[in-house]
Design a protein around this ligand. Structure first.
Ligand code: PAF
Length: 283
């Protein structure tokens, strides 16, 4: 019978639970999430368990990373199923603050990240996003005081932003990226996949296929620009509206022009109907 995790809903309750773990000399891994947990999240939890003796999962749908036009209200909320999944993985603590615990009246401090946060990828289409993410993740780190924190590679720019922030602010937490978990046809798992209609779901894996094909061409020695143009053609031919399809330096996210410019990452964001999907692969 899986043991239900301790659920903390206020900062003092969380502090007590973390202090108890620390008294027992535990090491702590944090897995920040917004709930609607799928197998991708489960893989983050499993990696967390390998990297620390105790695991804290936060579930908080962070309003400050959504623009007023985005899906904050509609974002899937699956609390009971989430807790059952975390219990099955033997998670120790679920940190589930309300908005008033995270952003109490008078809250007036924000972290404004630069560097990878202004690389001209997600930030071009969601200018509010990384300020909201950095502020909430900064708070999650000071609240949970983890030794390590696990973030999915699917949100690659987010992973870079958080890694930079943890270094720049000496937060004392090691950021670990975890490989993207995919459906059998290659679509990256995402809480937002539930929004896709059957027809959109059918064509969505084109994004992964196009990235893989470009990565293979670049590895095989093709010039970057024509390889990427081929990928754009594949995606647009499937009827998918691209926000961006770019190859960048995998560490800094700076634009590159040739394979020699460093370790490379192909990143994509696209809209299928009202659903926006992002994904990336290494070259
Ligand atoms: O990747 C997410 O789910 C969110 O951006 C995060 C890191 C939990 C911050 O709200």
């Amino acid at each position: 019978m899986p043991r239900s995790p301790l659920i903390a809903r206020t900062v003092p309750a969380l502090r007590r639970a973390i202090d108890n773990l620390r008294k027992k000399k535990a090491t702590i891994a944090l897995v920040p999430t917004m709930g609607a947990l799928h197998d991708g999240h489960v893989s983050l939890v499993r990696l967390a368990k390998r990297r620390a003796s105790r695991v804290v999962v936060s579930i908080f749908i962070n309003p400050t990373q959504f623009a007023p036009t985005e899906d904050f209200g509609a974002y899937p909320r699956t609390w009971k199923a989430d807790i059952a999944k975390l219990a099955a993985e033997d998670v120790d603590i679920v940190w589930h603050p309300g908005v008033e615990a995270m952003y109490p009246d008078g809250f007036a401090t924000r972290i404004v990240p630069e560097g990878p946060a202004v690389a001209g990828l997600e930030d071009r289409f969601r200018p509010h996003f990384f300020g909201g993410v950095a502020t909430v993740v900064g708070k999650l780190f000071t609240q949970c005081r983890p030794d390590v924190a696990i973030f999915g590679e699917k949100d690659f720019q987010q992973l870079r932003v958080v890694t930079r922030m943890a270094r720049d602010l000496d937060l004392g937490v090691k950021i670990i990226g975890s490989r993207t978990v995919r459906e059998r046809d290659g679509l990256a798992m995402s809480s937002r996949n539930v929004y896709l209609s059957p027809e959109e779901r059918r064509i969505a894996p084109t994004l992964y296929r196009a990235m893989r094909e470009c990565a293979a061409r670049i590895r095989a020695g093709d010039a970057v620009a024509p390889a990427m143009a081929g990928g754009v053609g594949m995606i647009e031919a499937a009827g998918i509206a691209l926000d961006y399809f770019e190859v960048r330096h995998a560490e800094t996210l700076a634009p590159i022009t040739s394979r020699q410019d460093g370790p490379l990452r192909i990143l994509v964001a696209a809209r299928l109907g009202t659903t926006r999907l992002i994904d990336n692969v290494a070259v």
